[in-house]
Design a protein around this ligand. Structure first.
Ligand code: SF4
Length: 365
């Protein structure tokens, strides 16, 4: 099992080279794009890249296949759309996932502004680049990776460190800076890496019991703010994005888009919660990812109809499993000669044997 852990996420100012060109990640503020921004991104993806756009598990957008020689021009286009941070460090630290269901005046924007200001302090310049925040109701965001969770409660904003069943309610800026100081002072960063969930240290005594909440599974379909649409493998082509860009779009951490005030229809848009395409995930695979040992998505697409409702198949191009770090009912992991089969496990778990396309997949369970 060999794969490279990069330890950082791409940005727009600091893209990551992949098998199909540069990956450029855009972090929309408040997880929302105006119609003009969405149209501009679609145009830029076609002009400078291969037109493929990934939705990430942190509610970001990744443009794929960007040519290195047009990266500067792409940045200029994105800057005109108000989508570029002032510098690499600001961009890298602005890992703030918000509920896509925020509404005007509910305080979400104020919390995000507070966090953005805190993260610009030199005191926190050495936070790991993957360190992040989730802002929104626990029932919506507790399933999303984050290091500090800030959720509304009856008494005010509840601030919780990830991996801990305690929190405190009160002044968000004060509580967040105390948690960050505590994280740094407790040795939370080792060799530039570290996550709040892995920290073994004693929290300040005023952080009282605040158990995590079981998050509600989000499904595509009508929503009071518009329509939640899912995309096969969380990827949309720029031409389709352009057709949606008649209204603002919200980017969700479930690789779905919330199309504000509209009910779009297109074969590539998944709007039914029982669509078989929702039962499979697959990473980029070969040739888009240089670490992939096999293509993944055609196989996942072929197998989708074999996956019974309520079950999940993940196809991974290597044992890193970055598109689905959690266990799947069946995980197929590429090898040099085919795929290994892992029932009820993650991509890096021990396989039960080789995948055999001639045998029914879910009989194995
Ligand atoms: S899991 Fe997939 S996308 Fe991630 S490194 Fe491996 S092949 Fe690449």
């Amino acid at each position: 099992m060999t794969f490279t852990v990069q330890g950082w996420c791409p940005g727009a100012l600091r893209p990551m080279m992949s098998g199909d060109g540069l990956v450029v990640r855009i972090r929309p503020r408040l997880a929302r794009l105006t119609a003009a921004q969405a149209q501009g991104i679609a145009d830029a993806a076609l002009r400078h890249g291969n037109g493929l756009i990934d939705l990430s598990a942190r509610a970001n957008i990744q443009l794929r296949g960007i040519r290195p020689d047009t990266h500067a021009a792409l940045l200029a286009d994105l800057d005109d759309l108000g989508l570029i941070d002032p510098d690499e460090a600001t961009e890298a630290h602005r890992n703030i996932v918000v509920t896509p269901f925020w509404t005007e005046g509910d305080g979400t924007a104020d919390v995000v502004a507070t966090l953005t200001e805190i993260l610009q302090s030199p005191t926190y310049a050495n936070l790991p680049s993957k360190f992040g925040f989730a802002v929104g109701p626990a029932a919506i965001l507790d399933g999303v990776a984050a290091d500090i969770r800030i959720s509304p409660s009856g008494a005010g904003w509840l601030v919780r460190p990830d991996g801990c069943d305690r929190g405190a309610v009160g002044d968000v800026a004060g509580l967040v800076t105390r948690l960050l100081d505590w994280f740094l002072a407790s040795g939370g960063v080792q060799n530039g890496r570290g996550r709040m969930g892995g920290l073994k240290a004693t929290l300040p005594a005023d952080f009282i019991s605040a158990p995590p909440v079981d998050p509600t599974t989000q499904r595509p379909g009508p929503h009071p703010l518009g329509t939640l649409v899912a995309l096969e493998f969380g990827q949309i082509h720029a031409t389709l994005l352009a057709t949606l860009a008649t209204t603002p779009l919200r980017i969700t951490p479930w690789r779905m888009l919330l199309v504000e005030g509209a009910t779009p229809a297109h074969p590539a848009l998944i709007t039914a919660p029982d669509d078989p395409r929702l039962r499979v995930t697959a990473c980029t695979g070969a040739p888009g990812c240089p670490q992939a040992l096999q293509p993944t998505r055609d196989l996942a697409r072929t197998l989708a109809t074999q996956v019974p409702p309520g079950h999940h198949l993940h196809v991974s191009g290597c044992a890193k499993g970055c598109a689905h770090p959690k266990p799947a009912d069946i995980c197929l992991v590429a090898t040099a000669t085919g795929f290994d089969l892992i029932p009820n496990g993650r991509a890096h778990d021990t396989p039960s044997g080789a995948f055999d396309a001639a045998r029914p997949l879910f009989k194995a369970l």
